[in-house]
Write a protein that binds this ligand. Structure first.
Ligand code: TYD
Ligand code: MG
Length: 453
């Protein structure tokens, strides 16, 4: 057996790749200034990863039985849906998010509201007393929930094997450590090893594990990013800490679809599920306010409506500012350039601020049309009627392009009380939407004529 040796290596805190020397830019992921120095012990065996149920020999694919994964309901309709119908037995789920966003709250709330599941809640961050105080706030039934304050993975896994819970929660990956690895808790090599050990435990025992991980806005703390390819599922909390709404998004799921999202509201007694996001995302849409437009969106498979807010004002300093919250600023710049070149709006000397209501991060291109309309509405100081919404992508020549599943978007808009939806002229409806007038526009000038006449 090789003897243990210590060597210094460099890790990219963004993608987790390992290098023998420092580099300004990580060749693997292309990020700058992400290298962190770390001492690792080589020669010690930390085990290999084996997936149980995996055959030792190659076998014809046609002989592999494809039964449904065994799933356990977590008692929350929204979280179950996000996971693809409950948590898969033996899976490792990473729940990431900024500090204070509600990861501990949600992960404790789940077992309290589903006492049928024997749960082992391992906390490395809070004392047992603190967890108890939180549990009292959350209500529910704590009789089948075991709290364990520990950070040593060896002790945790031994205890977990003994207890054999139906669900294990580990809060958080940054506070746990493995004795085999010679660096401090929270370092890249510890985080990787903690996750690898939990994955091995989950796979061999069949117990589903929820692992909590902190991330910062800049993503500078080593953690969830480098774990994404180890774990089975990544759920990520988004939202503004100041606001009451939190969005939980599935960004990776080996057993279901991604880009699904669930909305929660932080209340005095924990997180409340918001089953219909349309109603919460347009909370105070008043008649007569310029600079807002409603987009008919699709998240994963569910249509909902939400508000885009823009503020256009004369640039105070020489160069105009562009800022976007929850929306890609490059996409905003492109849309502004299209408005300037193809439709003659002089926005060059204007500051433009864009905000997606509710702290949501939007990637659906169907949102373009609402962004353009919110910008124009603010620029003209003209309020878009409150019963109008939009679904269209904007192309570089100013054309408005059709979006997927237009009929479902229009139907949802009609259901929550919208009277008119603006879409591309080329939109194809598989079923004709009922109870809402469809306004088809081919390009930006046509849109302006139809809307701001
Ligand atoms: P927490 O779940 O500890 O966040 P994380 O584990 O992601 O760091 O806390 C979320 C915030 O929510 C915290 O500032 C306190 C607040 N909170 C409530 O408003 N209501 C509640 O019932 C609880 C438990 C927390
Ligand atoms: Mg916490």
């Amino acid at each position: 057996m090789a003897t243990a040796k210590t060597k210094t290596v460099w890790f990219c805190s963004h993608c987790g790749n390992e290098y023998t020397k420092w580099m300004g830019r990580c060749p693997a992921c292309g990020e700058w200034n992400t290298m962190v120095e770390q001492e690792v012990v080589t020669g010690k065996k930390t085990g290999t990863m084996a997936v149980p149920g995996a055959s030792r020999k190659p076998m014809p694919l046609k002989d592999v039985s494809a039964t449904q994964e065994d799933r356990v309901s977590l008692g929350s309709a929204e979280v179950d849906r996000l996971l693809g119908g409950g948590i898969v037995k033996g899976s490792l789920v990473l729940m990431g998010g900024e500090p204070g966003i509600g990861k501990s709250t949600l992960s404790l709330q789940l077992p309290l509201h589903r006492p049928e599941l024997k749960t082992l809640y391992v906390t490395g961050e809070e004392s047992v007393k603190q967890v108890k105080m939180r549990a009292d706030r959350l209500g529910g039934d704590a009789s089948n929930c075991l709290i364990y304050s520990e950070t040593d993975m060896g002790a945790i896994l031994a205890e977990a094997e003994e207890v054999a819970p139906d669900l294990m929660i580990v809060d958080s990956v940054q506070t746990m450590y493995c004795q085999q690895v010679d660096s401090t808790a929270g370092s890249v090599s510890q985080i990787k090893e903690v996750a690898a050990q939990l994955l091995r435990f989950a796979k061999s025992s069949g117990i589903p594990v929820i692992l909590i991980g902190h991330i910062t806005k800049e993503g500078t703390i080593a953690g969830p990013k480098i774990l994404e390819h180890i774990v089975d599922v990544v759920l990520q909390f988004e939202g503004e800490n100041r606001g009451a709404y939190r969005v939980l998004r599935s960004i990776k799921n080996r057993f279901g679809s991604t880009s699904e999202l669930a909305v929660f509201e932080m209340t005095g007694s924990g997180l409340r599920e918001v089953a219909n996001p349309s109603e919460m995302l347009i909370p105070m849409h008043e008649e007569g306010l310029s600079g807002t437009a409603i987009a008919a969106m699709l998240d994963g498979n569910r249509p909902f409506l939400f508000e885009v807010q823009a503020l256009v004002s004369s640039a105070v300093y020489g160069t105009a500012q562009r800022s976007a919250t929850g929306f890609d600023v490059r996409r905003l710049n492109m849309l502004l350039a299209v408005l300037e070149r193809r439709a003659g709006f002089k926005l060059g000397q204007k500051d433009v601020f864009l905000n997606m209501a509710g702290g949501l991060r939007i990637t659906d291109p169907a949102c373009d049309l609402a962004v353009i309309c919110a910008v124009l509405s603010s620029n003209f100081d003209y309020a878009i009627p409150a019963d109008v919404c939009f679904a269209g992508e904007v192309g570089l020549s100013g054309e408005i392009r059709p979006v997927s599943q237009a009929a479902r978007r229009a139907t949802e808009a009609a259901r929550v009380g919208f009277k008119r939806i603006f879409v591309s002229s080329y939109t194809h409806f598989d079923v004709k939407p009922q109870g809402i007038e469809v306004v088809k526009v081919a390009d930006i000038p046509a849109l302006v004529r139809a809307l701001f006449k």
